[in-house]
Design a protein around this ligand. Structure first.
Ligand SMILES: [Ca+2]
Ligand SMILES: [Ca+2]
Length: 408
């Protein structure tokens, strides 16, 4: 029996990896095969940025970037893509091929602050061999487009006189038409509530709604939470297993969408069940239907989905639940630890989770002035920000990861 099950699971995994996903590269000119740098922005040319045939990693042309004799800051040598068009909410994969004439490093920065959450990405290292550097996540967050434009800067100015070769810059949309099948077996509720079960909550927590309480079709799911338990969303929890007893594909990104409303303002989130759980951020619900989207990367042991509605008492209606694989996560991700900053904006206390113990967190003004240095003494750092002036600040870790928060 278990052998049959394993065979079935591996068949599903192979199918998912080979045929489900169609990525679109939104920057085909990134291979430099036009033989010029006309579409590129030579923002800071150092000792020279030019098209070259000296060293390529595909085709006939690549870019050659040479740092000046006094180069020291990342931005002292900077090449920018043109402004690319993104689909807001889609997941992206960004990759490029690079080599340098010696051991060196560089980083990606973004031309706009909110294109993919973090404007300054961690350093990558380079050497005299071509390598492909691929990003699907930054600081633990998927590359989900927050806006509709992207300008990618290659910051290669750290080391004086260093020479870099760059080729095959790709910006791939992993969502859209390439999405896989819905793995929620009964997400429309139009033929009943089959497949859904109450894991936590009162006697009347789970039922079927009709009439005006339906987003589409004949019926929707109704969840009643009689007693709100702040910060304990799991106290009212409705569960479904994925279709056909399947687990998620550990190489894939997933997108969950559903419609929800409540009879008064409420709070909802989803989570996954299985050996490792993912938790969506709380979403505020209102009397109007809203579409909620949650993107996350699977680790392969997830077997089901939960609606967690325990925090705020009330009656909730849910319809059109869809969970689909939207892309593979690729290889050789440069992963950094997951760091979260909350609440944001903050008035009195800011929490920063996931920092390295015994490191230092700097709080900088938007003009780069360090206004506070904080010693990290545990996994969750609590920072009193009550005396800071209102405005935007940048947090910088010892590993040069940067996060923005607003004091208000
Ligand atoms: Ca090329
Ligand atoms: Ca329905």
């Amino acid at each position: 029996m278990s052998m049959i099950r394993n065979l079935l699971l591996s068949a599903i995994a192979v199918f998912a990896m080979t045929s489900v996903f169609a990525q679109t590269n939104v920057f085909p000119a990134g291979d430099f095969e036009a033989g010029n740098l006309d579409v590129w922005g030579l923002k800071n040319p150092g000792a020279g940025i030019e098209i070259t045939q000296e060293s390529v990693n595909g085709g006939s042309y690549a870019a050659k970037l040479t740092a000046s004799a006094t180069s020291s800051n990342a931005w002292d040598l900077q090449l920018a893509t043109p402004i690319l068009t993104l689909v807001k909410g889609d997941l992206y994969r960004i990759s490029f091929d690079i080599r340098s004439e010696g051991d060196a490093k560089g980083r990606i920065s973004l031309g706009g602050a909110d294109q993919f959450q973090n404007q300054y990405w961690p350093d990558f290292t380079t050497n005299n061999q071509w390598q492909t550097i691929t990003y699907t996540q930054i600081y633990g967050a998927d590359l989900e487009a927050l806006g509709t434009t992207l300008e990618l800067n290659f910051d290669l100015g750290y080391l004086p006189d260093m020479v870099y070769y760059l080729d095959n810059v790709k910006v791939e949309d992993m969502s859209g038409s390439g999405a896989g099948a819905n793995i929620i077996p009964n997400g429309t509720f139009d033929s009943g509530i089959d497949g859904w079960a109450k894991w936590n909550g009162g006697d009347n927590a789970l039922s079927l709604a009709g009439g005006a309480n339906v987003y589409e079709g004949d019926s929707a799911m109704m969840v009643v939470n009689e007693t709100g338990t702040p910060d304990q969303q799991w106290n009212t929890q409705i569960h479904t297993d994925f279709a056909n007893g399947m687990s998620m594909d550990s190489t894939a990104s997933y997108q969950l969408t559903f419609y929800i409303r409540s009879e008064a303002e409420g709070s909802a989130r989803c989570s996954t069940s299985g050996d490792a759980a993912h938790y969506q951020s709380d979403v505020t619900t209102t009397t109007d239907w809203q579409k909620v989207t949650w993107n996350f990367v699977a680790n392969g042991s997830e077997t089901g989905l939960n609606f967690d509605l325990g925090a705020v008492a009330g009656t909730y209606y849910i319809d059109n639940v869809e969970l689909k694989a939207v892309g593979t996560t690729g290889i050789a991700d440069q992963k950094a630890p997951v760091i979260s900053v909350y609440p944001n904006p903050a008035s009195n206390v800011l929490y920063v989770k996931g920092l390295k113990t015994s490191s230092t967190l700097k709080i900088m003004s938007i003009t780069g002035q360090v206004v506070r240095s904080v010693h990290v003494d545990g996994p969750v750092l609590k920072v009193d920000v009550s005396s800071l002036r209102n405005g935007l600040y940048v947090l910088t870790t010892d590993q040069h990861q940067q996060f923005k928060f607003t004091k208000n």
